[in-house]
Design a protein around this ligand. Sequence first.
Ligand SMILES: [Zn+2]
Length: 200
Amino acid sequence: MYRVLISCLLFSATLMAQEPLEVVTLPVQVHRVRSELHPWLECAITESEIQAVFAEVNRIWAPAGIRFEVKGIREMQALNIAPKRFFQRSRNWVKEALPMDQLVAGVLNVCFIHDMGPNGFYYGEPAVVSEVTTSRSVRGGSEHPVGRVAAHELGHALTLKHREDRKCLMAPGLRGTELNKEEIQAARQRAVQIKRSSQF
Ligand SMILES: [Zn+2]
């Protein structure tokens, strides 16, 4: 009798553990960076390619119950500043060239540029993603490199740090997509905060 009861309890605990998480949907504003002066900034990504990027982002983030919803796609004219260093493909210079007053409040801002040293970066808004990426594939990883970069940078936006494990989303320079329990918990906590402060 007890044995039956215990196995029933274990069974329902397993079922509970597998219950899908309540989905938190976060609004995203996409900016396509334009620049006549700096060809590295001038991106060519189309609206349908951006939708494909976010389809991959949402596939990767589905196990965490987090969805990113593109609320708008607009052009962003880069500032005509001269790079400080001869080596222009630096994320600091790229960030300086982005007009911060064009970011949209209460959403996650994602800027697409053409090419730079890293595939993307996030150290405070906005997340920046390069349409030309050079990440290495891993078994079972993403087959959409730009989508994987965007998913990784949005992971930083949700407080996640790098984790050196080939298969995981937060490993830099690779195409793994896995998130562990701690990462899912931390990302969801931040996602709920963002959602509360957003007007969407
Ligand atoms: Zn990173």
